[in-house]
Design a protein around this ligand. Structure first.
Ligand SMILES: Nc1ncnc2c1ncn2[C@@H]1O[C@H](COP(=O)(O)OP(=O)(O)OP(=O)(O)O)[C@@H](O)[C@H]1O
Ligand SMILES: [Mg+2]
Length: 197
């Protein structure tokens, strides 16, 4: 059953399905399967997953656009796109937008872009400000108000196997992710047509 892969975490109400090394060959193994793009969608719609009554399922994707990413998008209602505050970031983003359009046209008309979040942001860096201005100029409200700063506490947290909210709840990184979560929840409650584009 899909739920056999679900594990508890130290955070209340947070469950996780960790990746295993099997995932690295999944794209090759999936190729032979006629329903290869819908495997994750179908797995997440099983009654045992439904019975967990989850509010949100977050699917962490690789940066590449492959069969795993396509599975994730078809399984999802919406996509949250992290945008690193660097020069070529916007180019990768336009490629992703085309893929999302493709997925809408072929497999999942209702797929939304929930928003784009700027990460690794350093407000003293001119390039970061330029990327932010370009992103907001081109994408408007699609860009979350919250930006995730470059923050050393965020980079330390994984080596202690702790989420930032436990590792250093008072850090700028923790506050930023908290604000992002709130913004996403608020957007869900007040859906706007502008984000259907
Ligand atoms: N805002 C931040 N400030 C400082 N360090 C960060 C920040 N975000 C991520 N990092 C660090 O950068 C590295 C990569 O981060 P992360 O794993 O989130 O990126 P990713 O794009 O998902 O990478 P991958 O492609 O490997 O999945 C990690 O060591 C992480 O701790
Ligand atoms: Mg990652």
């Amino acid at each position: 059953m899909p739920s056999d892969a679900v594990k508890n975490t130290s955070v209340e109400n947070l469950l996780i399905i960790p990746a295993t090394t099997d995932l690295s060959s999944a794209d090759i193994n999936l190729m032979a399967n006629e329903k290869r793009s819908f495997m994750l969608h179908d797995a997440l719609h099983q009654p045992d997953i439904d019975s967990l009554a989850l509010d949100y399922i977050l699917i962490d994707c690789p940066p590449s656009l492959n069969i795993l990413t396509v599975n994730a998008m078809i399984a999802s209602d919406a996509v949250v796109v992290p945008l690193q505050s660097e020069f070529f970031a916007l180019e990768g983003l336009s490629q992703l937008m085309l893929t999302i359009r493709d997925i809408r046209q072929t497999a999942k008309p209702s797929l939304r872009i929930e928003g784009v979040v700027l990460t690794m942001y350093d407000k003293r860096n001119n390039l970061c400000q330029q990327v932010e201005a370009d992103a907001r100029g081109n994408l408007g409200d699609l860009v979350f108000e919250t930006v995730i700063p470059r923050n050393v506490r965020l980079s330390e947290a994984p080596s202690f196997a702790l989420p930032i909210i436990d590792y250093d709840p008072a850090s700028k990184g923790s506050h930023a992710y908290h604000a992002l979560a709130k913004e996403i929840i608020d957007r869900e409650r007040t859906p706007k047509n502008r984000r259907a584009s």
